[in-house]
Design a protein around this ligand. Sequence first.
Ligand code: SF4
Length: 336
Amino acid sequence: MNEINKNIPLLSVNDLTVEFPMPAGTLRAVSALSYDVYPGEVMGIVGESGSGKSVAASSVMHLLQKPGRVTEGSITFDGRDVLSMTKKELNDFRGKEISMIFQDPMQCLDPSFTVGSQLMETVRAHEKVAKAEARGRCVDVLASVGIKDPESMMKKYPFELSGGMRQRVMIAIALLCRPKLLIADEPTTALDVTIQEQIMLLLKKACSENEMAMVFITHNFGLVADICDRVTVMYGGRVMEQGSCDDIFYSTAHPYTCGLMQAIPKADLLSEERLTSIEGTPLDPMAPPAGCPFAPRCNKAMDICHRECPELREIAKGHRARCWLCEDDAEVSIHG
Ligand code: SF4
């Protein structure tokens, strides 16, 4: 493993804006998103469906679905500008430096090839290694993700596996080339509670053993506390609150974050129950409100909230929030 500098961000997303030109107008899915991920750190990106979290993650991998495009901002990985990489550079970058796992493993597994051939192809696409060495590496990585009989798993087809086993295989593929960063997009949402717990433990172990950083995307705040060092809360394509896990859980500043936290199932934080308890429906990105995007659902909304969107402001060291309630001159603004 190369020497890593924990003081320099591995991934820097700066003022990222992603738009989808549509016949009815332009859909702005992500607006001025900024965050850093340091080596070995886990950044949670949390929000309901449509908050822009998955679109932002796809941009980092340069995997935006058409007609989506980055219209502003930059993405820097290990000092390199991701948005200006050539096709060849991107092929080397994906899988080797950064990997992604999805909610549905079949998004990256090919049903017509065995697990072994898909693993072997991944290793040999990125590294010049002999067949026997590549095979040994594949068996080892399958064992490392808790597959008890990796030799027989190499011969299986994805359709022969349970959802939990497919997810383990996808994680194995993602870890094969020892990436510096893993993007995990709702990796446990489709799994039952027991398997969710096992996959979460597996991801934690993979990060600590490989000194790997992770961007963990979820709608479930209960999982955030379990694994993340820092958290970015998104709504309507914008950052609503950002800070350390302690900032977010113990000094919560934003009404939307409060709503997400109240939706954590109380009896079992790993329950598969979805977030449904914030009243109202998520924002329509084709028709965002004039002021704060959360205003139509916020029980603390004031007049100014419907007119002007607040800036994302630092309220304590490393803790930022976008809410008029966090403004020093809130009283003036409210009545101004
Ligand atoms: Fe609620 Fe206003 Fe804060 Fe938006 S700015 S979250 S509407 S109080």
